[in-house]
Design a binder for this molecule. Structure first.
Ligand code: ATP
Length: 242
């Protein structure tokens, strides 16, 4: 049995996922996920390899169909919408492995996000957050370091002006010093723009740096939930160890 993942009712709900079931063919891997994210909240989804983090992320953005359940963003049902329309509705997604367009320049990569809102110029605030992207504007995305590509992927997602930013294992393949900086940057983005963020993650130190609340997925169920303030590090470590 999964547990109900709740936030206090006084907080405005941004994302509300109810009884979400997702399958690869006949094989169901998410067995009734319930979760809510408040406006301006940073939620970290933890779990070992193969527990269903990426599947949940993909089904939220619409890269995978769902078997049943609802996905509401500020009350709007997204489950029947194509990925592009979910982005228009306010979801943005940074996939595992970042997936920047390697042959396009840094500037062109960011511009692909602007298109969704019918805009053509990159807002200065993106370069304020990520100055290196301005310096490297004419470089090809594929020539950037892992940490720089992660910044580029986040900037491209923010260019769509999301209400909720989804990041799938953003620390994968990134140096520890850059991981700390990434946590600070994500909190800064939330503080400045008030958007919600959901991050899937296996690195506990990063999760503790960035989260307001942590949930744990195991075998396609949410099995644990805690605020950052109440997090029991030993217990979380046990969930993450094989
Ligand atoms: N394309 C696929 N076809 C069939 N089964 C899949 C497919 N992709 C993932 N699965 C299965 O779904 C389950 C959840 O996988 P998922 O990738 O969501 O886990 P994860 O928690 O994101 O792990 P990781 O950290 O390795 O990305 C696993 O049992 C996996 O084997």
């Amino acid at each position: 049995m999964g547990i109900e993942s709740g936030i206090t009712p006084a907080m405005d709900t941004l994302l509300d996922v109810n009884d979400l079931h997702v399958a690869y063919g006949a094989s169901e891997v998410l067995h009734g996920i319930n979760l809510r994210i408040a406006q301006g909240e940073i939620l970290v989804l933890m779990g070992r390899n193969g527990m269903g983090k990426s599947t949940l992320m993909k089904s939220l953005i619409g890269n995978m169909g769902i078997r049943s359940g609802t996905i509401r963003l500020e009350g709007t049902e997204l489950a029947a919408l194509a990925a592009y329309d979910r982005v228009k509705a306010g979801l943005a997604y940074v996939p595992q492995g970042r997936m920047v367009f390697p042959a396009m320049t840094v500037k062109e990569n960011i511009e692909t996000g602007l298109f969704v809102r019918g805009k053509s110029s990159i807002p200065d605030k993106l370069y304020t957050l990520f100055p290196v992207l301005k310096e490297m504007g004419t470089r090809r995305g594929g020539n950037l370091s892992g940490g720089q590509q992660q910044q580029l992927a986040i900037a491209r997602a923010l260019a769509t002006e999301p209400k909720l930013l989804l990041l799938d294992e953003p620390t994968e393949g990134i140096q520890p010093s850059i991981i700390r900086e990434m946590a600070r940057t994500l909190r800064r983005i939330r503080d400045e723009s008030g958007l919600g963020i959901m991050v899937s993650e296996q690195v506990l130190s990063f999760a503790l740096d960035v989260a307001d609340r942590i949930i744990v997925i195991e075998g396609g169920h949410i099995v644990h939930e805690t605020t950052r303030a109440d997090a029991d590090i030993d217990q979380l470590t046990r969930f993450l160890s094989v």
